[in-house]
Design a protein around this ligand. Structure first.
Ligand code: CDP
Length: 231
């Protein structure tokens, strides 16, 4: 069995990270949540006063990019890789709706993307990696052996994300979560640099009506076929 690269892209809250983690655990692969990296840059901008209500200071953020260092460290007890911003664990802080509200404009900045894509390519250079995001199959790993493009209806996605946030104890309404999901989809698909789109050779999976177990087994089989060189 050869080691492969698995790229999972798709709209917000489609369950990409859930299935990516399951696959990485099962295959003994490294899992990289590329969205966490864009979220951490957004948190950095918030912490440094670069974001006000409807505006962010793009020029200063670009100047300060050299001050941002990101890495993942696996928490063995939880069994997940957590993200560190300048050596501080920010895994929980980056998941708030506030970060979600600013992340897409920041992820549209080419200088930000260039820095993060280089780091992502470095993390996947030895294969044996599952990475999820928006441009993994199109830009980060265009030669990935397996590319999945995930989709589900906006209502279903907003419902899943709303329950996740409520479960964490965040005070949010379903309507604001739905608005954020739609707004991010719009910015992510229409930006100039690396817009979210299905790679020509990606396999599309709509999981609106699929349970987690079925979804996992479908994608695992696709991975096994490629690892065995059957496809
Ligand atoms: O988990 P969720 O689907 O809400 O989003 P995420 O994967 O955490 O990504 C947050 C945001 O980062 C996205 O809405 C994109 O704007 C951006 N992103 C990106 O531009 N490229 C990636 N490879 C991953 C995320």
């Amino acid at each position: 069995m050869r080691n492969i690269t698995i790229a999972i892209d798709g709209y917000s809250s489609t369950g990409k990270s859930t299935v990516a983690k399951q696959l990485a655990d099962w295959l003994g692969y490294v899992y990289v949540d590329s969205g966490a990296m864009y979220r951490a840059v957004t948190l950095f901008a918030m912490q440094n006063g670069l974001i006000s209500e409807n505006h962010f200071d793009k020029e200063t953020l670009i100047e300060m990019l050299g001050e941002i260092s990101l890495h993942f460290t696996r928490d063995e007890e939880k069994g997940i890789a957590e993200i560190y911003l300048n050596d501080k664990n920010v895994e929980k802080e980056i998941r708030t709706l506030e970060v979600s509200e600013f992340v897409s404009p920041i992820a549209a900045v080419s200088e930000v993307r260039k820095k993060l894509v280089e780091q992502q390519q470095q993390m996947g250079k030895d294969k044996g990696v599952v990475m999820d995001g928006r441009d993994i199959g199109t830009v980060v790993f265009p030669y990935a052996e397996l590319k999945i493009f995930m989709n589900a209806s906006p209502d279903e996605r907003a419902k899943r994300r709303y329950l996740e946030l409520i479960d964490r104890g965040d005070k949010v309404s379903y309507d604001e979560v739905l608005a954020n999901v739609k707004e991010r989809d719009h910015i992510d698909t229409t930006r100039k640099d690396s817009p979210l789109k299905k790679a020509d050779d990606a396999i599309e999976i709509d999981n609106s009506e699929m349970n987690l177990d079925d979804q996992f087994h479908i994608i695992l089989q696709l991975a096994k076929d490629r690892m065995a060189g059957r496809v």
